[in-house]
Ligand binder design. Structure first.
Ligand code: ATP
Length: 295
C-alpha cells in the first residue's frame, strides 16, 4: 500500500481579459472548480495507475471537502484517514488573464490543521510500502512523518514543492527526492538542474529531477541516467509532476525497479499533458499499458 500524506484543495479558476487592479472590479469570462492539491493529485494518479493507496490529510466540513473525498473514494483511494477539520477545505484562487498569465492566492484552511502525526497516521504508515510527501502541509509535520517512516525503513518519496529551503534532517530521511528543475536549483543553490540534483544525492540516495518536455534525469550512486520524455503535443501541463510521482510510486509498489517505474511515470505524464485539467487528465493503468505498447 502507498500512503500519501498531503494537501487536498479545491482550485477556483477564473478567466478574465485583464486582472483587476487594486480596488477595481472587472467582469470575468469563465469560472470552474477543480479538485487539486499536490497530495490528492498524487494519490489519485497512483490509484488510477493501479496502486493500492491510502490518503492522509484533512478537508473542511463543507461541499468542497465532500467533493474531494468522493473523487478519491471513487478512484479506490482509502479515505478513512482524511480528517474533517473545523477549518474550511483548502482553496487555491486562480485568476488567468487574457495573456495566459496567472495570479494565485492559496488559503491552506484544513491543510494547515494537520500539524502532527496522529496514531491513525502512524498505523497507516506502518502498513505502507512507500510514503509520499510534498510541502503543502506544515513543514514540521512533513519532517516528523519522513523521520517516522525512515526509522521503520519505509521508503520516503518527497516532492519538494512549493520550493522552500529544507532542513538537512528532512532530506536525510528521504529515499527518493523528485524536484522539478526550479526546486532542485533552489534546494542546492546551483542553477544547473543536473549539477543541483547531483549535489542533493549527498543527502538522498536517489534524486529524480524532472525537466518538463525534456523528460527527467535520475541521479544515483554517482551516475546520471536519462528518463526520456515521450514526444507529444502538450495542451495543459498542470499536474504533470504529480502524475509522474503517483505513477512512479504505483510502479514501485507493484514490484518494478526504479528505472522501470520512471519509464511508466514518463508515459503517464505524457498522456496527462495532452488533456486539460489536473485530476481529469490522469490516465488509468490500461491507458498507460496501451500507450507503452504503441510507443
Ligand atoms: P507541474 O508543476 O505542472 O505539475 P512539474 O514542474 O512538477 O509540473 P515537469 O518537470 O514540468 O513537472 O513535468 C514532469 C514530467 O512530465 C516530466 O519529467 C516529463 O516526463 C513529463 N512532461 C512534462 N511536460 C511534458 C511534455 N510537454 N511532453 C511530454 N512529457 C512531458
Amino acid at each position: 500500500m502507498i500512503a500519501v500524506l498531503g494537501s487536498a484543495n479545491l482550485d477556483l479558476v477564473v478567466t478574465v481579459e485583464r486582472a483587476p487592479g487594486r480596488g477595481e472590479t472587472v467582469t470575468g469570462r469563465t469560472f470552474a472548480t477543480l479538485p487539486g492539491g499536490k497530495g490528492a493529485n498524487q494519490a489519485l494518479a497512483a490509484a488510477r495507475a493501479g496502486g493500492d493507496v491510502a490518503f492522509l490529510g484533512a478537508v473542511g466540513d463543507d461541499d468542497f471537502g465532500r467533493r474531494i473525498r468522493e473523487l478519491l473514494a471513487d478512484a479506490g483511494v482509502d479515505v478513512s484517514g482524511l480528517a474533517v477539520s473545523d477549518q474550511p477545505t483548502g482553496t487555491a484562487h486562480i485568476t488567468v488573464d487574457g495573456t495566459g498569465d496567472n495570479s494565485i492566492v492559496v488559503v491552506p484552511g484544513a491543510n494547515g490543521t494537520v500539524t502532527a502525526l496522529t496514531d491513525a497516521h502512524r498505523a497507516t504508515i506502518d502498513r505502507a510500502e512507500l510514503l509520499l510527501l510534498q510541502l503543502e502541509l506544515p513543514l514540521d509535520l512533513v519532517v516528523e512523518a519522513a523521520r517516522y517512516a525512515h526509522a521503520r525503513e519505509i521508503p520516503v518519496v518527497l516532492t519538494p514543492a512549493p520550493a522552500v529551503p529544507l532542513p538537512e534532517e528532512l532530506l536525510e530521511a528521504v529515499d527518493i527526492l523528485v524536484p522539478n528543475e526550479h526546486e532542485a536549483a533552489l534546494l542546492a543553490g546551483i542553477d544547473d538542474p543536473i549539477a543541483a540534483a547531483e549535489q542533493l544525492t549527498r543527502l538522498c540516495d536517489d534524486v529524480v529531477v524532472t525537466l518538463g518536455a525534456r523528460g527527467a534525469a535520475w541521479l544515483s550512486g554517482g551516475e546520471t541516467i536519462p528518463v526520456p520524455a515521450f514526444p507529444v503535443q502538450a495542451v495543459d501541463t498542470t499536474a504533470a509532476g504529480d502524475t509522474f510521482v503517483g505513477v512512479m510510486a504505483a510502479g514501485l509498489a507493484g514490484g518494478l525497479q526504479l528505472g522501470g517505474a520512471l519509464h511508466r511515470a514518463s508515459a503517464a505524464a505524457a498522456l496527462s499533458v495532452q488533456r486539460p485539467g489536473a485530476s481529469s487528465s490522469m490516465p488509468d493503468r490500461a491507458e498507460i499499458d496501451a500507450f507503452l505498447a504503441e510507443a
